[in-house]
Design a protein around this ligand. Sequence first.
Ligand code: HEM
Length: 516
Amino acid sequence: YVWPSPQLDALEAVRFDQVGFNVLPNSLASFVSPCNLFLFGTTAGGETSGRSDAADWIRTAYHDVATHNSIDGTGGLDASIRFAEEQARAENVGNGFANTANIVFSEVNRYVSMADTIALGALIAIENCGGPEIAFRGGRIDAAEPNAPGVPQPQQDLETHIASFARQGFSQTDMIGLVACGHTFGGVQHDFFPDIVNELNSTTDIEDVAHFDSTYVTFDNNVAREYISGTTQNPLVVGFNDTTNSDKRIFGSDGNHTIRSFANSLETFTSTCADLYARMLDTVPRGVQLTEVITPLPVKPAGIELILDGDTLQLSGAVRFWNMTADPSRIVKMLWHDHFGNTHNSTLTFVGTSSSTGGKYSAAWYWFDPTLPFGFLSLNATAGVRSVSFVVDGVLEDQGGVGFALQDAFMQSQTSCSMGAPEVGRVDVAVRNNANVARVYLEAISTDSVQRVVVTEIDLTPPARPIPATPGSPYSLWSMNLTDQGMLFTIGAEIDGIKYSTGQLLTFEEFPPCPE
Ligand code: HEM
């Protein structure tokens, strides 16, 4: 895709900026590294619990998906698993769902839904713990209420399971694959399934989890190999209660044909799982339009901020170069193109590297300020800035000629300030005089009664006559006094019929005191 695209940019960041510089707070990868990390264990790290965040996240994604009804289009990956009513059902026994929500929802924002973070959690767990790369699409929509029940349970018979997977949109062969791909992680807990697993009295498996295979925090085909070789300890295959041996019935349902193909070839298992996981995560209620498959942008500006300060524009931000490691001899320049057709340039400062997918990919980050990291470039406000591009060791990076467009038609003015109660602040928005700006508004970010992010637009009244930011400035100020103490907001505007957002979250506390 072409940068900027606020939704794809935000999804791409959660998906690919996993470890290192500029990762989001609570980066999901940090909770599945090492893969036996279990945040909710009784001991630090939880490594001896027998459980793992990774297994919880994958099971949670499936249980959210499994309510899907492919006939009437209801249910699917829509974060309905977050509702206490769903978690209280026998089909959702255990605390893994609440554990998962507790962690993955920290990545939710206006562009990334709770359902997207459930999908991303499962995907990042699988990819970082030895699994294949999974095609990821975003754009899931969070349910307003619980879905109809429909998660398969171990005591049900084979016909019921085949019918259940068919309802969810999966064939019998898909079912064998999905169960094997899921049950290469984790196991069954005594606490929640005392009729399947006895107490284990083990010091390295404190929560009494009987695992599906011997490598239960790693993606591999041992779940199939151990089953075929007859050495399996899978509690849903060789459990003492044959009624709940659902993996045995499912794996054997085609005469072991599919499961044997997995045991014989790690490659077959891996590619089958990559496909099935993607289909599972893309199982959403009818009408939900998922995005394209999100691949890492080779060159990605991030955290761009433009602020009007008198007669200058303060431009700050960073740029990420994918598949690049640190190299002190590399020279990176930024070119910026102004409204007069002139191009300026500046050398950027290396600020760090990041990595993703278990260290498979790395990226190098450069900051826009030439002298000190985290400073800003001062641009002439009259000339402004239309777009930027980059030159890496002499090679131009301009998104195939279109450049990286910046929006300088509206921005926060440095004159925004905070006051005492009852008025808590004044936002000044600088609006470029010759731009076709129809509306300027604050985008107040909050959540509704079922935790979904809501953006409320609060229009600024256009000034009766232009108030130049400074004498002769190409910018005029639109102002608004506000009283909402805790308000978290961004600034938005409608220009030529298109809505734009500055994307920077603001609170009044950040503004200097208003002059008396
Ligand atoms: C007929 C279908 C299925 C049945 C009857 C079934 C049953 C179970 C049961 C009883 C547990 C133990 C849960 C616990 O003790 O907390 C479990 C765990 C698990 N299931 Fe399934 N499952 C099925 C399909 C799937 C699928 C399709 C996936 C994902 C692709 C999946 C992923 C997992 C994972 C990752 C765990 C481990 C959870 C942990 O260790 O915390 N299951 N499953």
